[in-house]
Design a protein around this ligand. Structure first.
Ligand SMILES: C[S@@+](CC[C@H](N)C(=O)[O-])C[C@H]1O[C@@H](n2cnc3c(N)ncnc32)[C@H](O)[C@@H]1O
Length: 194
């Protein structure tokens, strides 16, 4: 049984994941950037990843600027315990406690590749753009990358570049010949064509 102390910022995204599942016959290798307490990690393990599949996770487990008002002590231990209670015997979960830039560089160096990538780490446009470009090389042809919070606006007015959207739009614009939009609502997802 999983133990969550923070608000549920995941369940409203399940329809996007379910749609992607129906579009993606091979779901053996998944990469997740931004895990928090493990709500998304555990849902992927129990509902999306193949029974002998591998999920690689990257998170600093230090929270993000929008988490200043919440208690983050013990976050990594909570994520670990939640994953332990959700994972099947033949599934594998690898975690890097790291900034996504460094974690992705390690995966690139190791020639890893993935069928599905979920990007929900830092929400600033420069960070999301860097995550997107690095992830693109790790995504298999035919694979899908999903970005959370495409339409997110924090109540407090921030500069435009504090939000994911400009980073995702810049990525989609430059890589337009290699991708197909498969979901566009609060979240956005692209299939890799070549
Ligand atoms: C919105 S939460 C993830 C929520 C999770 N996907 C879920 O649905 O339950 C964002 C996470 O990204 C992590 N994070 C923020 N900036 C990061 C960075 N530059 N690299 C890696 N992780 C980062 C935070 O520690 C936090 O756990």
């Amino acid at each position: 049984m999983q133990n969550y102390l923070l608000p549920d910022w995941f369940s409203h995204n399940i329809p996007s994941f379910s749609e992607i599942k129906s579009l993606l016959p091979n779901r053996n290798r998944v990469l997740e950037i931004g895990c928090l307490e493990g709500r998304s990690t555990c849902w992927i393990l129990q509902n999306f990843l193949e029974a002998d599949g591998t999920i690689c996770c990257i998170d600093t487990f230090e929270g993000s600027p929008e988490h200043t008002d919440i208690e983050l002590a013990g976050l990594f231990e909570r994520w670990q315990n939640n994953v332990k209670s959700a994972i099947c015997e033949k599934q594998t979960c690898n975690v890097q406690v790291n900034k996504s830039y460094q974690g992705l560089a390690n995966l690139i160096k190791d020639n890893e590749s993935f069928d599905f990538i979920y990007v929900d780490g830092s929400h600033t446009a420069p960070d999301v753009l860097a995550d997107a470009c690095m992830c693109w090389g790790l995504l298999r042809v035919g694979g899908i990358i999903l970005f959370d919070d495409y339409q997110w606006q924090w109540p407090e007015p921030l500069g435009e570049l504090e939000y994911p959207k400009p980073g995702i739009n810049a990525f989609a614009s430059v890589y337009r010949d290699e991708l197909q939009v498969v979901i566009s609502n609060y979240q956005v997802a692209f299939r890799k064509l070549t």
